[in-house]
Design a protein around this ligand. Structure first.
Ligand code: CTP
Ligand code: MN
Ligand code: MN
Length: 497
């Protein structure tokens, strides 16, 4: 904390954020923010720039925080005379933010004007603000490496998300399990005062913002982020300019940082899956490639693409990752790769955090213009892996087919860097690998906990061990795994929380 600016160290200053006057000169510079956990973004289209400036000024005067750009600090997107779809489309285009990855609520200008009149953010959005507050607390706990608090707040946040009604009073939470004392206290404070001091304090904490920024760089963990913060570094640009030692992964993370911050769309993920499928089948025609991670759970966008590779003849899959990655690299399709060989020393009874599969954390080079239509007859035309390649590498496609998808890349370059995780599982472990790599992280943790404490079993991405019978329980499908637990099958779409 020694490097924090003096002003921010003073506990008695109730400033969570200060308007820098960037939208309209500096008439409101220094205005105090009263509702730190609410971030407003005004959509300019149809509103017009002068009205937007006027409303921005008004909001700051009333103690609201207004964000100039769409970012994860935004909780309320305010539009005037636009349909919800229009706004989403617009934001998608401008910011590469797509539907499912988009956490802020869309509100009509009526919410805005009524809130200005009431001089506080109106109640309608309580559900959202509660979720947001708990998410900030979870993130802050994660950055302090407080696993228990992270889990408690994450669970509370997803519980609120899953409630079919909006919480307006504490009684609405009666009988809901897994809501800790701390989470309840936060919810109570927000319901009563419209804001929570603990969340407000986090949002004005420079360490929180800086660690979040650094930990978003590929290859950077909390410990490293914290070390850089203590060394006085604050921004990614400062990090680039500093001569500190970086791992190869971090170097790549910095080099492609802007692109990697842009969400990967479903269409891009499908395309990458297709490309990998073609590459793998060059070497193993009967290989099976499955899209896992958030996309398998039905998300419309994600931070990366997760692919699981297997082969019905167990053993054939060994070493495939080297062949595929080497070959794709020579074709100019891969910008960075970090291959890990199989590290298993036989099956382990203790579930471990990391699995032992052959895998590759990589960065692909995706051409801006690509097509969604993967019809067989167009493959020879559009497949970069097919025969005579005329382009200079990268994943691209011909443009004459129906569904055109535009890759949202940063800058004016013709390609976008995309994070891809490739995992290779032996066929007999495939179902467990699929379950393990589909996530979500929270779901996996809860399932493993359930296995251990309720069933006395050890679940990993490799296997399920029954500690009572002292045997491994084989499974060829996820359904069979849930059956081993005596649970009804939970489809991927329901594993988000
Ligand atoms: N996973 C894992 N081992 C890792 C990384 C990830 O087992 N070293 C699993 C986790 O269970 C996680 C899933 O793979 O739930 C997907 O991880 P990740 O890509 O980080 O998250 P997603 O849920 O796919 O979310 P996003 O859309 O942001 O990528
Ligand atoms: Mn993912
Ligand atoms: Mn991943």
């Amino acid at each position: 904390m020694a490097l924090m600016p003096r002003k921010k160290r003073c506990k008695d200053v109730a400033v969570t954020s200060v308007y820098d006057g960037s939208l309209d000169g500096n008439s409101t510079v220094g205005k105090k923010v009263k509702f730190g956990d609410v971030g407003v973004f005004l959509v300019e289209r149809r509103m017009g720039s002068s009205r937007r400036r006027f409303l921005t000024e008004l909001a700051w005067k009333k103690g609201f925080r207004v964000e100039e750009q769409m970012s994860d600090l935004v909780t309320h997107v305010v539009a005037e005379n636009n349909t919800g779809n229009e706004v989403l489309e617009l934001l998608e285009k401008q910011n590469g933010i797509c539907r499912a990855g988009f956490d802020a609520v869309l509100v009509d200008i009526a919410w805005f004007t009524e809130s200005m009149g009431a001089e506080r953010p109106l109640e309608v959005e309580n559900r959202h603000r509660l979720q947001e507050a708990l998410k900030v607390l979870a993130e802050s706990a994660e950055l302090s490496e407080s696993e228990g608090r992270y889990l408690a707040f994450s669970r509370a946040s997803s519980i609120l998300k899953s409630l079919p009604y909006t919480v307006t009073k504490m009684e609405d939470l009666q009988g809901i399990p897994n809501l800790g004392v701390h989470s309840r206290k936060v919810i109570k404070e927000i319901l009563e005062d419209g804001t929570c001091s603990e969340v407000g304090n986090i949002l004005q904490n420079e360490r929180y913002h800086t660690l979040k920024r650094f930990a978003s760089v590929f290859g950077v963990g909390v410990k490293t982020a914290d070390k850089w913060f203590r060394e006085g570094l604050r921004t990614v640009d400062e990090l680039r300019a500093s001569n500190g030692k970086l791992t190869k992964q971090q170097e790549a993370g910095l080099l492609y940082h802007n692109d990697l911050c842009v969400p990967v769309t479903r269409a891009e993920a499908d395309w990458i899956k297709h490309i990998v499928e073609r590459a793998v089948r060059r070497f193993l025609p009967d290989a099976i490639i499955t899209l896992t991670g958030g996309f398998r759970r039905g998300k419309e966008c994600g931070h990366d693409v997760d692919l699981l590779i297997t082969h019905p003849d167990e053993g054939k899959e060994e070493g495939i990752i080297y062949q595929v990655v080497n070959w794709m690299t020579t074709k100019g399709l891969i910008l960075y790769d970090d291959i890990m060989g199989n590290t298993s020393k036989g099956k382990s009874k203790e579930p471990e955090i990391f699995d032992h599969f052959e895998k590759c954390f990589s960065i692909f080079k995706l051409e801006k213009e690509l097509v969604n239509n993967l019809g067989a007859e167009t493959l020879s035309l559009c497949d970069p892996l097919a025969g005579n390649q005329t382009r200079g590498g990268g994943l691209t496609a011909a443009t004459e087919t129906s569904h055109q998808v535009t890759v949202v890349a940063t800058g004016d370059k013709a390609w976008k860097a995309v994070r891809v995780d490739l995992v290779v599982a032996p066929f007999s472990q495939y179902a467990y690998a699929l379950l393990g790599w589909t996530g979500s992280r929270l779901f996996e943790r809860d399932l493993r906990r359930y296995a251990k404490h309720v069933k006395n079993m050890s679940l990993s991405s490799h296997s399920l061990f029954d500690n009572e019978q002292n045997i491994y329980l084989p499974a060829t499908t996820e359904e069979e795994i849930f059956a081993h637990f005596g649970l009804e099958y939970i489809p991927p779409q329901e594993r988000n929380a």
